[in-house]
Write a protein that binds this ligand. Sequence first.
Ligand code: NAD
Length: 494
Amino acid sequence: MVRAASMWIGHEQVEARSGQTLPVEDPATEEVLATVPRAGPEDVAAAVAAARRAQPAWRRLPAPEKARLLHEVAARLRAASHDLADTLTAEGGKPRVENADELEWVTACFDYYAQVGRHARGTSIPPGFEHQVNFTVKEPFGVVAAIAPFNYPLLLMAWKVAPALAAGNTVVIKPAEETPLATLACARAFEALPPGVVSIVTGTGPEAGEPLVAHPDVDMIAFTGSTETGKRIMRLAADGLKKLNLETSGIDPFIVCEDADVDLAARAAVWARYLNAGQVCTSAKRIYVVEQVAERFVERMVELTRALVVGDPRRPDTDVGPLISREALARVQAALERAVGEGARLLTGGERPAGLARGHFIAPAVLDHVRHGSSPTQEEIFGPVAAIVRVKDVDEAIARANDSRYGLGATIITTSLRHALRAMDEVKAGTFWVNDPLTDNEAGPFGGMRQSGIGRELGEEGLDAFREPKHVHIDYVQERKPYWFPYAARDRGT
Ligand code: NAD
C-alpha cells in the first residue's frame, strides 16, 4: 500500500489545503513509494508565518542553549540514521553505502555549526574620535527559505539549516519533489527545537518554491540546484531585494598531467565521474588528459568503468544506481547521442545494463576524443558520462578548463608542484582538489565562481552567509560635536 506522508509546519503534521498530493517514485523499481502533499501558496504562507512567529525568541536564545539544541538535533539524526539512509536509498536511488556516508556528513554538519555558532565572535574597530567605541554585531536575516535538490537531499539541507539556525534565523525547508521523504522524516529530529523554528513544505518548484521565494516575510533564500532555477529565483527575489546564497550547476574540469600515475588518475576519475550515477554538482564532467599519457589513461578508464556494478542501490556491492527519473535518463541518452553526433567516440556504456528490465538505469559511458567546445564541455550532463578531451600539455588543459561559464570545482592529478600550484592559481573554481577529487570538509567553504553560484556554504563563511553585520558607534560622552550644524557661523546662539 502506498504511504501518505504529511508536511510538517509548526510541529504539526499537515496536508495541502487543496488536498492534492504528489507521488514519490523509487527510481530503481519505478514503483510509487508514497505520496506527499502538493503545497500551494496558502500552505507556504502558513509555514512562513510559523517561522516568523518563532524567530524573535529563537534569535534571543542564549548561544550555549542554541548549541545544545543543535547537538540534540545531530544526536537524533544519528539515532535515526539507519532508517534515514534506507529512505534516501528508496527515493533517490543512490547506493545505500553512500547514503550512510551522507548521514555522517549531515550529523557532523549540525555538530559543527553548534560549535561554530557557540564560539563565533565579532570585531572591535578602532574609533575615529575620542571617547568613542566601535564594534560589530552580527544579526540573523530572519526567516530563511532552504531549497534543496534531489541528489543529496539531507546533506544540502543540513548545509543550510544548521548554519541558518546557529545564526539565529528560523527556516522553511522545501525539498526536491523527487526526494521529500527523508527530509520529512527529519521532523522527528527537529522536534527538539521550539515549534516553527523549522518547518517543511513539499511540492513542485513553481507551485511551492516560487511562493516561498516571493513571500514578503522570507528574508533570505538559500538554494542549491540548477543554474537555470537559480536565475529564476534571483529574478523573483529582486523585488524584495532579498539576500541570496545560490549553489548551482558545474561542469568541473579534471586535469591529468603527463607525470600522473595513470592507474591512480583513472581510478580517481571513475570515482569522481560516476559517484551517485554522475549526479553530483562537482562530478568530473570534463576530463583533460595530456596526450603523452592519454592512450594508457583511456584504456584503464574503460576497464575500470566496465567493472562497475550497476544495479539495485540497496545491495552493498552496487557501485552505481539508477538516475533519478525517466526524464533524467532521456536527457542523458539525448546528450550522449548529441556528443557522438559531434564527433566524440563512445568507447563503452550508454545502454540499459543487462538484467535490469525496470528502473532508470544506464551503463556508465566513456566518450573519447571529445572536442573542447562541443556540447559535453559546455552543457552539464547530470549522469554517468565521462567526456575525455585530449590536450597537448598542462598549459592547454588550464586554458580549456577556464573556458567555461561555470566555476564550481576543479581537480588536478599530478605530483608536480609547478603544475599543481599554477593550476590552483589560475583555474576559476570554488574548490580545487589535488589528487583527491570531491572530498569536502565542513570546516572549509564550498561554493561556485562564475555561474556556479553566489556565496559559500560550510566553514565560517557558511555561518556568515546567514547573518549580516551591524556596525555600532557609541560616544560615551554626551556633548555637542564640532562637526554638527551649523557650519557657517560656529555659534549663532541657537
Ligand atoms: P532544480 O534546479 O531542478 O531543483 C532544485 C530545487 O529547486 C528543487 O527543490 C525544486 O523543486 C526547486 N525549484 C525548481 N524550480 C523552482 C522555482 N521556479 N522556484 C523555486 N524553487 C524551484 O535542480 P535538481 O535537478 O534538483 O538538481 C540538479 C542540479 O543541481 C544540477 O544542475 C547540479 O549541478 C545542481 N547542484 C548544485 C550543487 C552545488 O552545491 N553547487 C549541489 C547539488 C546539485
